[in-house]
Ligand binder design. Structure first.
Ligand code: ZN
Length: 428
C-alpha cells in the first residue's frame, strides 16, 4: 500500500471561489499547489447545499477555517444585519463564536472580529476501510482532519461480523479520545471499498474482502446505536473531496481514479454531481483491457487492475512492494512501469471516450505511477481516445493528502452543514 502524499505536506491554503456571485467557499487541507477556482455545487446524495444564511456561514467556516466577520459577510453577500442574525443563531446553537482577535482582517479599514468554530461545536468520525488496514480520524468544523489512526487488517479480519466489531471498536476509541472536550459526535461515515448501497451500507460486492451481498450497515448499526451512521463508496468520497478542495476543482466532468496499492476505483463528478449510474458506475478497475488476459476475482478476464494497480506492478517488477517497484532502476522494473502506465493509459482512453471528462485526476498509487511515467500515460490516453486527444487532456495527480478521510469527514458533517437548526447532535 502506498500513500502518495505525506500528511505533513498538508497546508491550510485557502483558495476562495465564488458561487453564483453569492457565497464563497475556500479550500482547506489542500497541498501547497494552488487550487483553481471552482464551483461549490455539491452532489445530491451528499448534499451540503446550505438552506439558510446561518447554514451558509457554517459551511463557509467549515471549508475555509476561521475568517474575519467582514470577509465572511462579503463572501456570502449578506447585509451586515443578516450576518448578525446568522452569527447569533449559530452562537445559540453552540456552533460558532466571534472573538476580539482580528488577525484575519485584511489590514485595511476597520479591524473585524474573527469568526471561529465554538469549542462546543461537534466533531465527526471518519472510518476508511482499505484492503489491508482501517484508518480512523476525527474531524471538526473548519480544521484539518486529525492524523488518522491505522489498524492493520489481515484476511481473518474480513469475516463481516468481525470486521464490523473492529470498525466499531476503533470508532468508539476515537470518540473516547474526545472525552473531556465539551463536544458531541454529529455523525460517522464508514467508507467501504466496493459496490455498496449508500442508504444502508449493504455491500453488493467487495472483492478485496471476498464479500457478496453482505449487510454490513446492519451489522454496524447496533454496535453504534447512539450515532448517525453513514456509509459510502470509498472512491466517491475521494472524488468529492478532490472536487471540493483539490485537483478536480472547477472541472465540469471530472474522472477520478483511486488506488491504495491494491485494486482501482473510480468516480465521475458531473456538473458538481456524483454520477452513479444505477448505483455502481465507474468501476474502473474492472474495465476489460485484454479479453484474453488474466482471470480476475470479479469473474471477468483482463481487468485494468490486474495490470495497473500497485500489486500488479510489484509482481511484474519482481519486487515485494509497489513502492520498490516505483523506485527500482532495474531494467525489469522500468519495463514493468512502462507497461503498467501504458495499460492504465489505454484504460483511461476507453473511459475518456465514453465519459468525455474535461479532467482526469489520479490519486494514490496511480498518481505515483503518473509521476514515474509522465510521458507514457498521456501518450496512451491520446493514442486511444479521439475525445481525449481533441480536448488535449493531461491526467493530473490528486492534491489532497487524505482525500478519502477528507471526503468522509465532509460527508458526516453534511446534515449539520445543510441545516444547523434541524440537526441536533446526539450521542456521546
Ligand atoms: Zn475484474
Amino acid at each position: 500500500m502506498t500513500e502518495r502524499s505525506d500528511p505533513g505536506q498538508v497546508d491550510t491554503v485557502r483558495a476562495a471561489a465564488a458561487e453564483e456571485g453569492a457565497s464563497q467557499v475556500e479550500a482547506l487541507h489542500v497541498t501547497r499547489r494552488k487550487a483553481p477556482p471552482h464551483s461549490t455545487a455539491l452532489p445530491d446524495a451528499h448534499d451540503t447545499a446550505p438552506r439558510t444564511a446561518a447554514a451558509r456561514l457554517l459551511a463557509l467556516l467549515h471549508h475555509s477555517g476561521p475568517l474575519s466577520r467582514s470577509s465572511a459577510t462579503s463572501a456570502l453577500g449578506l447585509a451586515r444585519s443578516a450576518m448578525g442574525t446568522a452569527l447569533a443563531e449559530l452562537d445559540e446553537l453552540g456552533l460558532v463564536r466571534t472573538t476580539a482577535d482580528t488577525t484575519a482582517a485584511s489590514g485595511r479599514g476597520r479591524p473585524s472580529p474573527l469568526v471561529i468554530p465554538a469549542p462546543t461545536a461537534p466533531f465527526v468520525v471518519a472510518a476508511v476501510l482499505r484492503p489491508n488496514c482501517l484508518k480512523v480520524a476525527t474531524g471538526t468544523i473548519g480544521a484539518p482532519i486529525a492524523p488518522p489512526r491505522h489498524q492493520p487488517l489481515s484476511a481473518r479480519d474480513f469475516e463481516p461480523e468481525r470486521l464490523a466489531a473492529i470498525v466499531a471498536e476503533q470508532i468508539e476509541h476515537a470518540i473516547r479520545r474526545q472525552d473531556g472536550v465539551a463536544r458531541v459526535c454529529a455523525g460517522i461515515t464508514v467508507a467501504i471499498p466496493g459496490a455498496i448501497r449508500e442508504s444502508d451500507g449493504f455491500v453488493r460486492s467487495s472483492l478485496c474482502y471476498g464479500w457478496t451481498d453482505v449487510p454490513f450497515g446492519q451489522l454496524m448499526t447496533p454496535l453504534l446505536p447512539n450515532f448517525p451512521l453513514h456509509f459510502d463508496r470509498d472512491s466517491n468520497l475521494t472524488a468529492m473531496a478532490e472536487y471540493r478542495r483539490g485537483a478536480a476543482a472547477g472541472a465540469s466532468n471530472a474522472l477520478v481514479l483511486t488506488c491504495d496499492g491494491k485494486g482501482i476505483g473510480g468516480a465521475l463528478m458531473n456538473a458538481g454531481t456524483l454520477f452513479t449510474g444505477g448505483g455502481h458506475a465507474v468501476e474502473a478497475g474492472h474495465l476489460m483491457v485484454d479479453s484474453r488476459g488474466e482471470a480476475c476475482p470479479c469473474g471477468s478476464r483482463g481487468c485494468l487492475e490486474r495490470y495497473a494497480d500497485g500489486t500488479a506492478l510489484a509482481r511484474a517488477a519482481a519486487v515485494p512492494t509497489a513502492g520498490e517497484a516505483l523506485q527500482s532502476t532495474t531494467p525489469r522494473a522500468r519495463r514493468a512501469r512502462r507497461r503498467a502506465a501504458g495499460i492504465l493509459g489505454s484504460g483511461l482512453a476507453g473511459l475518456a471516450t465514453v465519459l468525455d471528462p474535461d479532467r482526469i485526476v489520479l490519486t494514490g498509487f496511480l498518481a505515483d505511477l503518473l509521476a514515474a511515467e509522465p510521458n507514457v500515460l498521456p501518450r496512451e490516453i491520446h493514442r486511444g481516445s479521439l475525445i481525449a486527444r481533441t480536448r488535449g487532456i493531461q491526467p493530473v495527480p490528486g492534491e489532497l493528502a487524505e482525500p478519502m478521510l477528507t471526503g468522509a469527514v465532509d460527508h458526516a458533517f453534511a446534515p449539520l452543514l445543510r441545516d444547523p437548526q434541524r440537526v441536533r447532535p446526539t450521542g456521546r
